[in-house]
Design a protein around this ligand. Structure first.
Ligand code: DAT
Length: 177
């Protein structure tokens, strides 16, 4: 959904791969203002869920409510959608889809530090090994650039953000008139 104000950038990946870290740095360094929406936080804060699953310690999202809430701000453009899944968004929304990846042992450590229950760590670890989010992104957005980036340390973080900024600069040129 290309608008005048800025592109719609989806940053996705298994929990712990570095989405929020990337989105924050990108929002800080972007040549044009980008609003960072942590979709998971929105779901909690705005009550956009059906229930809370005790076993998995996660919210069952009310997708209709979520999409209604997001639609007007996505329509304005200049936004980063930061969420561990991306197949709920309409295909017309994103201009770029970034999928962050991480070595599964490192991911395990990050999720342990976060205090996730063992089952939730295992489930996410397996999803990362099976590249569930990458496959989901590729099948949901067959006509879009879906970029897979490793996120295992600060150097990769910097170079990933630089790469996305280069893409934004090209987007700005393309939308100059
Ligand atoms: P997510 O938003 O995908 O759940 P996050 O941004 O909160 O992940 O990152 C989880 C933790 O891992 C956090 O302590 C920051 C760290 N991390 C993630 N990617 C990193 C990277 N490329 N370099 C250094 N630390 C990183």
């Amino acid at each position: 959904m290309s608008t005048q104000k800025g592109p719609v950038i989806v940053i996705t990946g298994t929990p712990g791969t570095g989405k929020s870290t990337h989105a924050q740095l990108l929002a800080n360094e972007s040549p044009i203002p980008l609003k960072h929406v942590n979709v998971g936080d929105w779901v909690k804060e705005k009550g956009l869920y059906e229930n809370f699953d005790d076993k998995w310690q996660s919210y069952t999202v009310d997708e209709d409510k979520l999409l209604d809430e997001l639609e007007p701000i996505v329509a304005e453009g200049g936004i980063i959608l930061d969420w561990h899944t991306c197949d709920a968004y309409p295909e017309r929304w994103p201009d770029l889809v970034v999928v962050l990846r991480c070595d599964h042992t490192l991911l395990w450590e990050r999720l342990e530090k976060r205090g996730y229950p063992l089952e939730k760590i295992q489930e996410n670890n397996e999803a990362e090994i099976m590249q569930v989010v990458l496959d989901e992104a590729r099948s949901s957005y067959p006509d879009l650039p879906v970029v897979e980036l490793q996120s295992e340390g600060p150097e990769q973080l910097e170079s990933n953000v630089t790469r996305i900024i280069e893409w934004i600069q090209a987007w700005i040129k393309d939308h100059a008139d």
